[in-house]
Write a protein that binds this ligand. Structure first.
Ligand SMILES: [Zn+2]
Ligand SMILES: [Zn+2]
Length: 274
């Protein structure tokens, strides 16, 4: 049976295109009784010095990047208040307060993040690694794509280490889009299986789940994140899974859930995240 809820979604005010109310209406039309809103939670003192920040300003989604925990609070406090108001007005849909968090392996970050958890009390946390710290800078996947091949390898190694360390932190309900570098065509070579396996074992050990992220299904590469190679490791390690559409607008809610459900069966994935 196809999953009847969606917990990985983005809305206006962050980098999504539709309002929370529109997302709730659409999820209702799909027969979902629950929706979770999980906007980006990205805090790093150097984030505004990174190359991608100027693109974010031009694209109008720079509000997802904060230099400090106090700054991110000015966005998430009113956002969560809005979610509570909309919950009051829509009693037939359960609305959960989530966030998609970029984990930074810095003690000061961890301390700051735990303070925030006490203030915001989110319902669940999605762990992600959109960034790699290298040479005193913060790089995203597009910077990775543009790097020279030897640096690329080093950055990919760092990427997988970040995923493992994020899972080991025990902070997250599940980990997002495990093989994100394939977004820019990287990490598909067989040699990366060793790193993928290391990350999946760390995830299994920490009791964290993973998502099957259906945003990657494309005509030329018809698969979700992660690849079948990784899903085999997930099955072997009994890591719980759930479906995520990573919807940045209402029409993407529940996208490719049927195909992904077939894949779950085909890959013999038997443990589901609750
Ligand atoms: Zn993401
Ligand atoms: Zn997302």
């Amino acid at each position: 049976m196809t999953q009847k809820y969606s917990l990985h979604t983005h809305t206006i005010g962050f980098d999504g295109r539709d309002s929370v109310q529109t997302m709730v209406n659409c999820s209702r039309q799909l027969g979902f009784n629950t929706i979770g809103i999980s906007n980006h939670f990205i805090v790093n003192a150097d984030i505004k010095n990174s190359k991608m920040y100027s693109f974010a300003i031009r694209g109008g989604y720079d509000t997802i990047y904060s230099e400090s925990f106090d700054e991110v609070l000015t966005r998430f406090i009113p956002h969560y208040e809005e979610l509570e108001r909309i919950q009051e007005l829509n009693k037939n849909t359960r609305i959960l307060r989530g966030m998609e968090v970029d984990f930074f392996n810095i003690p000061k970050w961890r301390y700051g993040f735990e303070r925030i958890l006490g203030i915001l009390t989110p319902d669940y946390l999605i762990g992600s690694a959109h960034f790699i710290e290298y040479d005193g800078k913060i790089l995203n996947m597009h910077d990775l794509e543009k790097s020279s091949p030897d640096i690329q390898d080093l950055l990919l190694q760092k990427y997988w280490k970040n995923v493992a360390v994020a899972a080991e932190s025990g902070l997250f309900t599940w980990m997002a889009h495990l093989d994100l570098p394939k977004k820019v065509g990287l990490g598909r070579d067989k040699k990366w299986a060793e790193y993928e396996n290391m990350a999946v074992e760390a995830i299994a050990k920490s009791g964290t789940a993973i998502e099957i992220n259906t945003s990657f299904y494309k005509p030329d590469c018809y698969e979700p994140y992660p690849s079948n190679r990784i899903l085999k490791m997930v099955a072997k390690n009994n890591v719980p899974v759930l479906l995520s559409d990573d919807a940045h607008n209402a029409k993407d809610l529940g996208r490719n859930f049927d195909e992904a459900s077939q894949l779950i069966k085909y890959m013999n994935l038997r443990t589901f995240s609750r």
